[in-house]
Every structure is written in structure tokens, then in C-alpha cells.
Design a protein around this ligand. Structure first.
Ligand code: VGL
Ligand code: ZN
Length: 206
């Protein structure tokens, strides 16, 4: 394939959480989060379907350490749906931190999926919330458009990219994660674990 060829209509690009709070200067800054944006913008031009996700929490969200007395950021607690890392307050609905990074070509996207807006449940994946049951609707959108292959890029490799890729594979999509266009948080070895989990799920990690 030539570098500038357009991908066929059954392939979509999913760009995960390229938002101010996940970039340098943000509330949950991921090292180099902004460096991947020019290449993501270029790649977007080659897809007939481009989906952006946007982490979109209400103030006081249950994934915030500040919502739990006596807990610090990056502690892990048990939620009814399983273990949950507690994060600094981030991507609060309507704030600058929740906006897409100004360099991201938001106009080039066809669908924006917001997630994490239910107060009592976090949602890393573009497909399911962290209970692995509540759907975002993205699966239906892709299927209705005849899409069976997705490439996933964005932030953070070990959380939202990982969960999205594993769910996509479980849903029967052919999934590639381009790690050059991702950046990770790497909390307690989470990056290595995520790469192993994606590979085990049948995701092509390159
Ligand atoms: C994310 C932690 C909390 C992500 C979102 O986009 O990977 N990580 N919320
Ligand atoms: Zn979040």
C-alpha cells in the first residue's frame, strides 16, 4: 500500500482520549501525550470512519481520589464492579482539561464517543464501562456501518487504549494497536501487563 492510500470502508480508526488533561500540563499528564498528535492527524486523513473518544466525568466522579476520604491518587480500591485505580480529578465535563488537545484535528472525526459520565462507574473502554456490561453503543455503530477492522491509537496505552482494544477483539473485530501513536501511564508495571493482555486477546500490537 502506498503511504497515502485510503483504507477500505470496513476499517475504522479509533483515537482514544487525546485531551488536555492527558497531555503535558494536564491534571493526569502522560509523558509525550502531545507528541503523537501530528501523526494521528495525518493517519485520520486515510480512514473513511474516524471515531474519537472523550473521557467525560462529572465533578466528584467515583474514580477520583478526592471523592474518597482517606484515599490518595493512584490507590486502588474495590468497587462493586472490581478493583479501581483512583485518579487525580481529570476530564471534568465542560472544563479545559476535558477538551481535546487544540492540535488534534477534531473536525476530521465522524463520531465522538463520550464515556465515564455515570457518577458511580468508570469507563476506560470505548465499548464497555468498567463493569464490562454497560455498553457505549460503539459496537452497534461500527457494525451498522459494516466495519470489522479497527486500528486504535491514543492515550493511555495501558488503560483506555488497552481496555478498548481487548473489548474490540472480544467483540470479534480485527484489532491493531499502533504503539508509536500511543503513550502510557505505566503504574506498577501496567504497561507491560497491558501489552501482554492485548496480545493474549489477539490484538496485533505493533
Ligand atoms: C484514562 C485513567 C483515567 C485513559 C482515563 O484515558 O487512559 N486513564 N481515565
Ligand atoms: Zn478518566
Amino acid at each position: 500500500m502506498q503511504a497515502q492510500d485510503t483504507f477500505p470502508a470496513n476499517e475504522a480508526l479509533i483515537v482514544i482520549d487525546v485531551q488536555n488533561d492527558f497531555c503535558p500540563g494536564g491534571a493526569l499528564a502522560v509523558v509525550g501525550g502531545d507528541q503523537i498528535i501530528p501523526e494521528i492527524n495525518a493517519l485520520m486523513q486515510r480512514y473513511q470512519t474516524v471515531v474519537l473518544t472523550q473521557d467525560w466525568h462529572p465533578a466528584g466522579h467515583s474514580s477520583f481520589a478526592s471523592s474518597h476520604a482517606g484515599q490518595d491518587a493512584y490507590d486502588v480500591i474495590d468497587m462493586p464492579y472490581g478493583p479501581q485505580v483512583l485518579w487525580p480529578d481529570h476530564c471534568v465535563q465542560g472544563t479545559d482539561g476535558a477538551d481535546f488537545h487544540p492540535d488534534l484535528n477534531v473536525d476530521g472525526a465522524h463520531l465522538i464517543v463520550r464515556k465515564g459520565f455515570r457518577p458511580t462507574i468508570d469507563s476506560y473502554s470505548a465499548f464497555f464501562e468498567n463493569d464490562h456490561t454497560t455498553v457505549t453503543g460503539l459496537d452497534g455503530y461500527l457494525r451498522a456501518r459494516g466495519i470489522d477492522r479497527v486500528t486504535i491509537v491514543g492515550i493511555a496505552t495501558d488503560y483506555c487504549v488497552n481496555y478498548s482494544a481487548v473489548d474490540a477483539a472480544k467483540l470479534g473485530l480485527v484489532v491493531t494497536v499502533d504503539t508509536n501513536l500511543c503513550r502510557g501511564i505505566d503504574l506498577h508495571g501496567s504497561l507491560a501487563e497491558a501489552l501482554a493482555a492485548m496480545t493474549a486477546a489477539g490484538v496485533v500490537v505493533r
